[in-house]
Write a protein that binds this ligand. Structure first.
Ligand SMILES: [Zn+2]
Length: 311
């Protein structure tokens, strides 16, 4: 009886405490946290470095982030320039044993901002360098997690990294990853069927996040601005207005937190609706703990996309 009580109680004075906790894993932003939580299960303790409601755009590291990183075994990142702030933070943390998992390793990439007509925005970004979202700075578009097939590759990279860092729980990581990638494959099959009638159609998102998603389902993604924190120029607004008329779009796709004002005004001018396509760069702290958030949000995105393109 005493033994049971001791097990459930916090064992601060127990010398085995560190061993019991397992691997300490730090993640960067929401999709990476969701994928890592899915693979880690009960094998590792996962903490997001960036508060999920902020997202990588608005992130500024604090001394406590350094402490987290100094004491962690593993850091998981999206990669492809999405987390520009990390390099400095990692060197400051001075944790020689830290294993860094780049979830984009081996994932097929697309060059950043391939769509023309957005070069006039470079100035807008200067104030935001320190916040480090980095779409326009990285060579490749970082939004790979929005394509379920590439997301599955990210999950496999996370699995391989965790197995290597903690072989004692290898079976757990492998089983968890297998279950999650099976769901991602199901999601891809479902989206392929659902979006087939709209092959070749164009949709308009707020910031430039949808290239991989669009390419997976043979759609074309237009966007108002490169980065979520930007304000659209008159040229951007004209370009999108022309696109909406040309493609007969029923709605523009907004994001939960960013840039809604200019987009809402534009939609009103054009006489179209607005629906949400959530790029999963931010979310609530509770949703970040539940890996199924990914499927829930992506299904809602696709339902809204069909409404936007719809006939
Ligand atoms: Zn983005």
């Amino acid at each position: 009886m005493l033994g049971l009580v001791a097990c459930g109680a916090p064992s601060v004075n127990n010398t085995d405490a560190t061993e019991d906790k397992g691997l300490t894993v730090i993640t960067t932003f929401l999709p990476i946290t969701l994928f890592t939580e899915a693979v880690a299960g009960d094998c590792a303790d996962v903490t997001a470095l960036i508060p999920p409601n902020l997202g990588p755009h608005d992130f500024q590291a604090t001394p406590s982030d350094l402490t987290d990183l100094s004491g962690a075994n593993v850091l998981v990142k999206n990669g492809l320039g999405m987390e520009e702030f990390l390099d400095d933070l990692i060197s400051s943390a001075d944790n020689k044993d830290l294993v860094v998992i780049d979830s984009s390793k081996g994932v097929e990439t697309i060059k950043a901002a391939a769509g023309g007509g957005h070069d006039d925005h470079d100035d807008h970004d200067d104030d935001h360098h320190d916040h480090g979202h980095g779409h326009s700075h990285g060579e490749y578009d970082p939004h790979i997690w929005l394509d379920p097939v590439r997301a599955a590759q990210q999950v496999e990279n996370i699995r391989d990294g965790l197995v290597k860092a903690d072989p004692s729980c290898a079976e757990g990581y492998k089983n968890n990853a297998e279950q999650f990638t099976a769901k991602l494959n199901e999601l891809n099959t479902e989206f392929t069927a659902k979006l087939k009638p709209y092959t070749g159609k164009t949709f308009v998102a707020f910031h430039d996040f949808a290239t991989y998603f669009a390419s997976r389902y043979a759609l074309k993604a237009e966007f108002l601005v490169d980065l979520p924190e930007m304000n659209p120029s008159p040229t951007d607004l004209q370009r999108v207005a022309a696109q909406v008329k040309k493609s007969g779009l029923k709605a523009l796709l907004t994001e939960p937190q960013e840039g809604n004002r200019s987009f809402n005004a534009l939609a009103k001018d054009l006489g179209v609706n607005i629906v949400e396509f959530n790029p999963l760069e931010t979310g609530s702290a509770e949703s970040a703990k539940v890996p199924g958030t990914y499927f829930e949000v992506m299904r809602s995105n696709v339902n809204n996309l069909v409404k936007a393109i719809g006939d």
